[in-house]
Design a protein around this ligand. Sequence first.
Ligand SMILES: Nc1ncnc2c1ncn2[C@@H]1O[C@H](COP(=O)(O)OP(=O)(O)O)[C@@H](O)[C@H]1O
Ligand SMILES: [Mg+2]
Length: 263
Amino acid sequence: MTEPTVAVRGLAKTFYDEARGEVRAVDGIDFDCRPGEIFGLLGANGAGKTTTLRMLATILRPTAGVARLMGRDVVEEPVAARRTLGFYSATTALYPRLTARETLEFFARVNLYPEEKVDARVDYLVGRFGIAEYVGARVEKLSTGMKQKVSIARTVAHDPPILIFDEPTVGLDVINALEMARVIRELRDEGKTIIFSTHIMSEAEKLCDRIAIIHNGKILASDTLDALRVATGRHYLEDIFVDYVGGVEEMPGFIRESGSAAE
Ligand SMILES: Nc1ncnc2c1ncn2[C@@H]1O[C@H](COP(=O)(O)OP(=O)(O)O)[C@@H](O)[C@H]1O
Ligand SMILES: [Mg+2]
């Protein structure tokens, strides 16, 4: 089989916190991702999702283990690795005083998109994400939905093969959350490798081609939803999740949703 676009082996990150001492935020995880696939990291708050994704994005240095993006090691070749991915999170801010167009130009250039193609790329993004009407407006003046579109366009500005979405729907209303899911599927169908994190069962169920259940920095299971169903004998992802994680009371961030109640 071809080399996966994302390959993670024994990846770990330990923080030293004054109050808590040693915190094993990510505790030796393995996974692979491939083009045309949405790989989901499903876990409660504090499970280690963001720490994992920040290591992939070369924002945090791993304590141990290896991660390769398009064959580039995130520690050995951080600049080359960084260029292969776009990182989206609900908390990633835009520069308020730049216009939407300036934002896209800036992110294309900073990620070394070929200079002679930047204008054409920005035009394409403006058309594709429907931001022509306000492309000249400062980002600070835009609505949440408009900012979201600029943020997504910004993430893909340099046309990277790998896209990371860290809890991208946090704080979005239903319409904007659905729009986010639609765009992620579309990018998947174009052959991008997508890593998507969430603590919401229904989101993982609907969007992910494979789901990794992460808890206390460890991946407890990783497979298609159907395979997880067969392995546990349970139908709802919520029940599958609880089976692996071992009890709702341990999980302060656990979200129990109506419509998929346990027996
Ligand atoms: N900079 C840090 N210093 C100390 N502990 C941290 C730091 N960042 C994250 N943690 C801890 O690491 C664990 C995993 O956090 P995080 O990766 O943010 O989880 P998630 O994104 O799944 O909610 C949590 O216990 C969190 O408190
Ligand atoms: Mg997080």
